[in-house]
Structures are given as structure tokens and as C-alpha cells.
Design a protein around this ligand. Sequence first.
Ligand code: SAH
Ligand code: SF4
Ligand code: F3S
Length: 472
Amino acid sequence: MNYPDLNKARIRSEKEVNYIENPMVDSSLFFNKKYFLRTYGCQMNEHDSEQIKGILDHFGMSPCEELESADVIVLNTCAIRENAHDKVFGYLGRIKHLKKERPDVIVAIGGCMSQEESVVEELKKRHPYVNIVFGTHNIHELGTMLLHAVSGYQDIEVYSIEGDVYEHISYKRDSHITAWVNIIYGCDKFCTYCIVPYTRGKERSRHLSEIVSEVEDLRSKGYMEVTLLGQNVNAYGHDLKEDVEFSDLLEAVAKTGIPRIRFVTSHPWNFTDKMIEVIAKYDNIMPYIHLPLQSGSDRILKLMGRKYTKNEYLTLFCKMKERIPNVAITTDIIVGFPGEGESDFENTLDVVEKCKFDGAYTFIFSPREGTPAAKMKDETPLEEKEERLRRLNERINFYSKESNQRLVGQVVSVLVLGESEKDSTKVYGYTDTMKLVNVEAGKDTIGQIIDVLITDAKSFSLDGVLEEGVNN
Ligand code: SAH
Ligand code: SF4
Ligand code: F3S
């Protein structure tokens, strides 16, 4: 099979540009077609997929679960660690096969991996049948790119420079109960191991009034919970002309009266006292903070460019625990950063022993091309890193289970999201502290906040029964 040359597709003639802006292909060509979408990354990536679904939906397409039944395949990729890359390229093998049998299937690759030049080169070289490559800054162009692809053009368009902040995006949201709301795009922190500032661009905050009206709209549609999204939510507002910061935004969103407000991710570096006060003050701001530690060693934190020390982290942690009643705090930890020795790792374990986190995501350092840490000398063998990860996870799981066990016998409020996956006689939902609970209750509780008596605790979930009817 002859694949078109993607190099040509990169440079557009005036005619082509004109064509892209004023496509002559009718989008009704896609009506009733099926799309298969896979999302690989973080919450922001998931929310981007809701934008992608909005575009495909607008074309009259519907989703399908089987790759083989799809007319359009979209992979929304993640670049955070090596295994994310491997998963996507593994999947492309399957798609290559399919494309040989059905060359008319349109394949689109988007997300953070598309922002990497080496990935685009690899796609061109090894997977030239891919029709569309789009990045994180031009998701809104996907519709036009599909029209372009259906008429035989290939379209590789990835912006390395972020554009404006787009408003009034039509999302097709996965849930009618909880919703993601972007508040700040990009990241300026440049932690030395991390690829995100390169794939998502500079920090750009949305205007407070736009965010508040999105939340008001969601509330009027019956949504019970919003999660404010940013790689670093507490950086919100610093790039705006108005004098607003994250605590002002939180307060404004709390005043909309939406029943539950969450936010991810918080950076320990500029989490102010005022933010803590606002979280403590409003009942509808959930007492749950994801506060990535990354390492407990000052030397490693410095090499990581995290801008805080072990003691500063612990001080902030204690302040949160003191001032926000019943707050749950979870974290992210990287083991095996270049140069991490046993004593550095013991400092990380020490923070875990002191903080007794409600939960944590733990990772082995994965060198990302183009980041400073990828060039740092790393002499620790993988087996040693794996052993550290195992020791760390053992302590993390211990405290996670312990924090769950403390809830047994207590009545907690749970926002019910749906039928339990494992047991259709139960429903599942989350406590205000973000703990997963399976509840013996009817489907009529879905979408409501109910009082639940916790009867049992597992490492990663709780069991409960309905306490005294629905209280909402
Ligand atoms: N913006 C968030 C998290 C973004 S990525 C923050 O600053 O906390 C989610 C997590 O992936 C990070 O917290 C970090 O623990 C992990 N991570 C990022 N880059 C990594 C790398 N190169 N290797 C291993 N883990 C990494
Ligand atoms: Fe990556 Fe650091 Fe930005 Fe988080 S704050 S996205 S870890 S660079
Ligand atoms: Fe992955 Fe990009 Fe999110 S690299 S973690 S999808 S910001």
C-alpha cells in the first residue's frame, strides 16, 4: 500500500489553507458514523476528550466500544512517562492492521504526545497512514481537519506556541452529575523531570466571570459537583490584568451554590493562608487536597526544581490539617530520581510516616526527552528503584487503609454517581474527602447526596448502607 507523504501535508499552500477555512466537504458525510476514542492521560486530557466528543457529536457521529467498528479513530495521548508512549505505539500496531483492511478509516492522533517533535517524526516514519495529527492547542480545529481528511488530504497541524484561551466550548460531558471546569491552562513551573510545560505551554488563566458563569450554567442543568482543573490551580490569576487569585475564584465559585467543589492539582509552593481559610469557610468546598510531595529530600527537591523544602511541605501540611476540619490529603511521589540515594529515599519515607496520607500515586522516575532531568547522571539500578517503590507502596497502602478504617461506624455524606461496577444491587459514590464508597441503596439515589453509614473498609474503597433516607 502506498501511503501519502506526510511531509507535504505539513506545508499548506494558500489554496489548501483557503480550503481548510472554507471546506467544501459537507460535514453530513459523517452523519451516523461511528467513532472510537481512547484517552490516556490526566483529568485535563479527559476533559479535552469531552471537547473532542463535542466536535464528533456535532457532526452527528456516535461512539463505539470496538476499534474494528469505527469509522473515525481518535487517540488522545499522554506523554508524562515512557509507558504512556509505549501504550500508544502498541495500539497503533493494531490500527495499522485495521487500516490495511479498511483504508477509509480516519485515524487522528492528538494530546500531549503530538506536541513532541520526535513523536510526530516517528508517526511520519513508522505510521504514515495516520490521517490527522493535532495538538493540545488546536483541538477546536479537529472538525475542519476531519473534513480535510475525508477528501484525501492529510493534516498535521500542531502549534508549539499556545494561542488564546477559547471560551464557549461545546463539551459532550461524560457525566450529568459531576463536571470538569478548566481554570488555568499550561504550566510555568518547569519541574526538571516534567514534560507538561512543553506539551501544554505557558500558564493562561480563564477570566473569573467566564468560570463562574460556566459553573452557574452547570448548576442550572442540575450538576452537583464541579472540579476546577489546572496543572497548578493555585497559580490561578497571576497572568490576568485583574487582581484575582485562586482564593478569590474559589470564593466566587462557592457563592454560586453548586453543592460540591473540588480542585486539582495544588502545588505546595504557593498555597497561601487565604486559600486555606476559604476552603475551611465554605461547606461546599470539599475538604480534600491533592498536594504532590514528589520527594522528601531537600537535595532531590532542589534538583527537581520544586521550590520548597521538606520542612516547608510539612508546615503547610500541618496548617491544612489544623485549619480545615476533617481534611483528606493525598499526594504524588517519584522514586529513583537521578542521584537519589538511600538516605534521600528515607527522607521521603519519613514524610509519609509523618503525614499518613489518605492516598498517593507513586511512580518510578521516567526520563522525558528534552527535560533537564533526562540529562542528569542516574546510576541507581532499576531493581533498586523497584525495591524502593515496593517499600513506599507498602507504607502508602497501610496508611490509606488506616484512613479508610477510621471511617467505619461513622455516617458520611456521599454523592452517588452510578451503579456499582461489581455489584448491580449497589451504587457507588464519593465522600466529601474523595473516598470511594459502595452503598446498598437503590438507583433512585444516583445524582443525590446521601448519608451513608460506613460498615467496612478496604485498601481502596469503603462499603456502606443508607443511613436515614436521602437528605438532599
Ligand atoms: N501538575 C501536577 C501533576 C502533573 S503530572 C503537579 O505538579 O503535581 C502527575 C504526576 O506525574 C506528577 O505529580 C509526578 O509525580 C508524576 N511525574 C511527572 N513527570 C514524571 C516523570 N518524568 N517520571 C515519573 N513521574 C512523573
Ligand atoms: Fe509538571 Fe511541575 Fe508543572 Fe506539575 S508543576 S505540571 S510536575 S512542571
Ligand atoms: Fe499526560 Fe499531558 Fe496530562 S502529558 S498527564 S495528558 S498534561
